[in-house]
Design a protein around this ligand. Structure first.
Ligand code: AMP
Ligand code: TRP
Length: 370
């Protein structure tokens, strides 16, 4: 599989609150990467470019990496219990088909590891309602709901628990997750300051500006999203060649016919160039140089062709893997065992620090104390 020379951007959000947590403390925690993806809907190119392909790249660098299919997060909006099991298996197959290797990273289903929800409660007790209400992902997802589920409101706390249960130092995500990771940083700092140093302050890793926020094909002012009601707004990894062609042909560009890269003034065509650059492994400059005399209508056909030839082998691998559900279940079980071991250690430490555990003194010690 070809990956373009994308740059990985590390972002350190410095927040001056809670500054008693020193920079030297950070170096005590070995580098560990954690990320998650919801098993709802199909992976689209935004997920693939913004998150999954980064994970594959990080895996190639032999990073200590833990990846979770976050099924508990997918219950924060109404879900169908009949289709969820297949979605979990399909997400597992998709990640493997994209290049995730379960012998190199820990890949597991979130609900199989109890420490996540337990730690989430502990962190929830130091979170404030005002802080959670301001998070953009909550505002976006709750905007059209009459009755907002409590789970949707507190899911960033569960996300913080996902990350902190493994003392992860880095979190590769798309840019839409930035504020959720900032909440994780704040909670880690607050916990450390109140109860003693326990967690590293995790940092986001982004693929690079063009890929960290891929735009909707129907409205390039919005991000490509699983929750967009219009399926033509996104290209999914399992779309047929015909659908991919139709969606790209119909994508919204502008009235200028040349192909030029200018994400601010020409977001539609620039989004297509970003996609093209990623799937072909060529730079934006190389592509723009080659298509100087091509109009946007013809260019769309080239982009569609490049996308189709990139996703077809992945689709074939997904189909093959889906025919062996036992293997997929085994991968998730093995991952859950490893994840449980690590996260239970963290939970023990957290419980001790919160005063939830007591040490029983021997009769002899008790007499001395008297
Ligand atoms: P979700 O679809 O919300 O489960 O997102 C899974 C991962 O894909 C997260 O790391 C997101 O930040 C990333 N992601 C989602 N949409 C996009 C997008 N349009 N561009 C880049 N990354 C994205
Ligand atoms: N909230 C993320 C999303 O909607 C998914 C997620 C859950 C996640 N837990 C995580 C991402 C921990 C990174 C780290 O895409």
């Amino acid at each position: 599989m070809i990956f373009p020379r994308f740059r990985i951007k590390f972002v350190t959000h410095s927040i001056n609150l809670y500054n008693s947590y020193s920079a030297t403390a950070q170096s005590k925690f070995p580098r560990r990467i954690f990320s998650g993806i919801q098993p709802t809907g199909q992976i689209h190119l935004g997920n693939y470019l913004g998150a999954v392909s980064q994970w594959v790249k990080l895996q190639q660098n032999n990073e200590d990496m833990i990846l979770s299919i976050v099924d508990l997060h997918s219950m924060t909006l109404p879900h169908d219990p009949k289709t969820l099991p297949n979605s979990i298996l399909e997400m597992t197959a998709t990640l493997l088909a994209c290049g995730i290797d379960p012998s190199k990273v820990i890949l597991f289903q979130q609900s199989m590891v109890p420490a996540h929800t337990h730690l989430s409660w502990c962190l929830g007790c130091i979170s404030t309602m005002a802080r959670l209400a301001h998070l953009p992902t909550f505002k976006e997802k709750s905007a059209n709901l009459k009755d907002v589920p409590l789970g949707l409101y507190i899911y960033p706390v569960l996300q913080a628990a996902d990350i902190l249960a493994y003392k992860a130092t880095h979190v590769p995500v798309g840019e839409d997750q930035t504020q959720n990771i900032e909440l994780t940083q704040d909670l880690a700092r607050m916990f450390n300051n109140r109860f003693g140093e326990t967690f590293p302050i995790p940092h986001c890793i982004y693929t690079g500006s063009e890929f960290s926020r891929l735009k909707s094909l129907r409205d390039p002012s919005k991000k490509m999203s699983k929750s967009d009601p219009d399926p033509k707004s996104r290209i999914c990894l399992n779309d047929s060649p015909d659908d991919i062609l139709k969606k790209i042909k119909k994508s919204v560009t502008d009235f200028t016919s040349e192909v030029t890269f200018d994400p601010d003034k020409r977001p539609g065509v620039s989004n297509l160039i970003s996609i093209h650059s990623f799937v072909s492994g060529r730079t934006v400059e190389e592509i723009c140089g080659e298509v100087q005399n091509v109009n946007t209508g013809k260019y769309k056909l080239q982009v569609a062709e490049a996308v189709i030839s990139h996703v077809q082998p992945i689709q074939k691998r997904i189909d093959d893997l889906m025919s062996d559900e036992e293997y997929l279940a085994k991968v998730l079980k093995m991952g859950a065992e490893k994840a449980t071991e690590i996260s239970e250690n963290t939970l023990d430490e957290v419980k001790r620090k919160l005063g939830l555990q007591f040490r029983i003194k021997s009769a002899h010690q008790q007499k001395i104390n008297v």
